[in-house]
Design a protein around this ligand. Structure first.
Ligand code: HEM
Length: 333
């Protein structure tokens, strides 16, 4: 990630928060897959500001995104599943994540534990709650649904056994063009089968080995990116008819710069302390091209990345039909 400020950069102090804190993922004019893993919590300076000091980031969309999640879960309960042996991993995640959230956001969140009794406060939701660790009935909803009602990230749990990792639980309402319901019960390597180049490049195999060696308490992160038309978080395979057709028309749409968003995921990987399960957190950020263009270096970089991206990667990301139009707009400056 570059930290250089050039003469061409805008005055970043006047940029809105959504731009200053956006995790712009490109450090050069081209992009290839890599394991790109780094320790969590490290602040990254960008040309517009910074991101990454927190594990859990509550932003201006906190209430609206959690409301949207609740509605999606109501319509489609398959977006959350917990295989029976993962029940303890979910409680492990609750007793790991709530204290982190309270520590990182002490003005809005609080957590106290006395034996197995916990008290959770969240002023953003006007919520005060007492529950007993391990007792599902002491929570107002299922334990994973409860955690998913407090945190903007999607949650995926991997169970390490038989020298591999099994995607055996999760709550995913904001998937970028994949289906949690389809992947649940699969192995890590199977989940990545559709990704191009997995047969010839070692990235996914390396990621697998890395995750298998994670030690309890360790926390790492990486970013991934794609593009989304509209400020639409739910681009799961299940709702493809709602958003897929836009991919065929956006290139001709005069409003492309406002509608087309760069979508960046900050993905955290934690080894839970009591069960050894891997918790994979996916937090999605969306920024329209018009906002990207307010930072001259971002405008140029994204323009070049989109133009240069190999066709197989562009096709997999679903951006192949409009990336040229986007790149042309960005590079026209
Ligand atoms: C260091 C760790 C990881 C690396 C390097 C990695 C790498 C990748 C890459 C390169 C892609 C293609 C993305 C694109 O072109 O937009 C991908 C997709 C994906 N990854 Fe990972 N990944 C990692 C961890 C995980 C974990 C822990 C999970 C959770 C099970 C996961 C689930 C997925 C899914 C569901 C997809 C979409 C697959 C589809 O299209 O069906 N990844 N990953």
């Amino acid at each position: 990630m570059s930290t250089t400020t050039t003469d061409k950069d805008s005055d970043t102090t006047v940029l809105p928060e959504r731009i200053r804190h956006f995790p712009f993922p490109f450090s050069g004019d081209s992009y290839r897959y890599s394991a790109n893993v780094e320790p969590a919590h490290k602040t990254v300076q960008t040309e517009a500001g910074s991101w990454g000091s927190f594990l859990i980031d509550n932003d201006e969309h906190y209430l609206s995104e959690l409301q949207e999640r609740e509605e999606i879960l109501k319509k489609d309960p398959s977006r959350t599943q917990v295989l029976p042996h993962m029940r303890f991993a979910v409680w492990d995640a609750i007793t790991t994540m709530l204290p982190v959230m309270a520590e990182e956001h002490p003005h809005t969140m609080s957590y106290q534990r006395d034996g197995n009794t916990c008290r959770w406060g969240n002023t953003l939701q006007n919520l005060e709650l007492e529950f007993t660790i391990g007792d599902d009935d002491s929570l107002p909803m299922g334990p994973l649904q409860f955690l998913g009602s407090q945190i903007q990230d999607d949650l995926v749990f991997l169970d390490p056994r038989e020298d591999t990792l099994w995607l055996d639980a999760g709550l995913v309402t904001f998937a970028a063009d994949w289906s949690f319901g389809f992947d649940v019960g699969m192995k890590f390597m199977e989940v990545h089968t559709p990704v191009p180049r997995v047969q010839t490049e070692p990235v996914i195999n390396r990621a697998h080995q890395f995750l298998l060696r994670l030690q309890p308490g360790e926390q790492f992160r990486r970013t991934n990116w794609t593009m989304t038309i509209g400020r639409r978080l739910d681009t799961s395979t299940e709702t493809y008819p709602d958003w897929g057709p836009d991919r065929g028309t956006i290139a001709q749409d005069p409003d492309l710069p406002n509608k087309l968003h760069l979508r960046v995921e900050i993905q955290h990987m934690l080894c839970l302390p009591h069960t050894g399960a891997i918790l994979f957190l996916i937090r999605s950020y969306l920024l329209p091209l018009t906002d990207i263009a307010q930072v001259p270096l971002w405008r140029e970089r994204l323009g070049h990345v989109l133009a240069e991206l190999p066709e197989d990667m562009a096709e997999y990301k679903g951006i192949n039909r409009y990336r040229k139009a986007a790149s042309t707009w960005l590079l026209a400056g």
